[in-house]
Design a protein around this ligand. Structure first.
Ligand code: DPN
Ligand code: ZN
Length: 311
């Protein structure tokens, strides 16, 4: 008995040592539970159902979404702040959450838009990015991650009306505050039902796309055995507000209204000749409009990239 315990202890010690020695810092990132991310999506769906079917700017489902995400972060010890702005005669809100600690002069930000269009509940666009960064934030606390850099999250309002919230946030920062943000990673639509695996092209002519961030996100997918393509997202999501302020940006995307080609279907599975998201901006963008594998892989890549960038 004693020998067995000693042997087991020795094996465990050897295994642990080997694993620690072999694993680069980034691989210490937790495996994000897709069930937890899906539970957050169910909350967004319930919030929309209770508020006229959407979570759009200026509608009650939007502020309810902000308050719900904020309550989860507050309970996990984040420092949260709701920033108001006005657009189209309605008050909009950004939720900003800071993880305690890290070098305040080296800030890594992750964000996504929390608003939907008025047509539907916006579960893929962009419950997915919002829920995934929320779960990654909660896992920072759960795993007692102590990054060298300071980590901040943003959930943006009124993206669907022209990147209004993210632009208001960036415009509210002083030159010094902007210069402290060393990277902004954006997650908008990460669970499309007929998914592609796209990484924002760091060299697409945006002022500050970052090839380094692009390559880090690609490395995350490679570690999962998933092939990626680069995409030129241009000004279509909130990273653009940061890029305009010369902050290095990156992100992932599983596709919207565009059609999957047969080459893409051969590579990723799914249906050629069909949109990545047939419910894009429609009432059918519900919890049924999600590919759980794509959602899971993207959430894991978000954690991988955060751990690699902020460690
Ligand atoms: N941000 C979404 C929109 O403009 O409706 C969709 C989108 C996300 C498009 C990422 C391109 C890239
Ligand atoms: Zn959209």
């Amino acid at each position: 008995m004693r020998i067995l315990i000693a042997l087991a202890a020795a094996l465990m010690a050897t295994g642990a040592t080997t694993a620690q020695a072999a694993a680069p810092a980034a691989l210490a990132a937790p495996n994000i539970s897709v069930a937890n991310v899906q539970a957050h999506l169910n909350q967004f769906q319930s919030i929309a159902r209770a508020n006229g079917g959407n979570r759009a700017h200026g509608r009650p489902g939007y502020l309810a979404s902000v308050n719900w995400v904020k309550s989860k972060l507050d309970a996990a010890g984040f420092t949260t702040r709701v920033q108001s702005f006005t657009y189209g005669g309605a008050t909009g809100y950004n939720l900003i959450a800071d993880y305690p600690g890290g070098d305040a002069n080296n800030v890594i930000m992750l964000g996504g838009h929390l608003d939907s269009v008025t047509a539907g509940p916006g579960i893929n666009d962009n419950g997915t990015g919002s829920a995934s960064i929320l779960e990654v934030a909660l896992q920072m606390k759960a795993t007692n991650f102590q990054p060298t850099k300071h980590v901040r999250f943003g959930w943006w309002g009124a993206e669907e009306l022209g990147l209004r919230g993210s632009t208001a946030y960036v415009n509210s920062l002083s030159t010094t505050e902007k210069s402290r943000i060393k990277a902004y990673l954006n997650f908008d639509m990460t669970g499309s039902p007929n998914p592609g695996y796209f990484v924002y092209n760091g060299a697409d002519g945006q002022p500050t796309g970052s090839v380094a961030l692009q390559q880090r996100l690609q490395a995350g997918f490679t570690s999962l055995g998933v092939q990626t393509e680069l995409t030129n997202v241009g000004g279509r999501s909130d990273h653009a507000a940061f890029a305009r302020a010369n902050i290095p940006t990156g992100g992932t995307f599983t596709g919207a209204e565009q059609t999957k080609t047969s080459a893409q279907a051969a590579k990723w599975g799914g249906t050629a000749g069909q949109a990545f998201d047939r419910c894009y901006h429609r009432s059918c963008d519900t919890t049924s409009n999600i590919n759980a594998t794509a959602l899971d892989r993207n959430a894991d890549v978000i954690a991988y990239a955060l751990w690699a960038t902020a460690s």
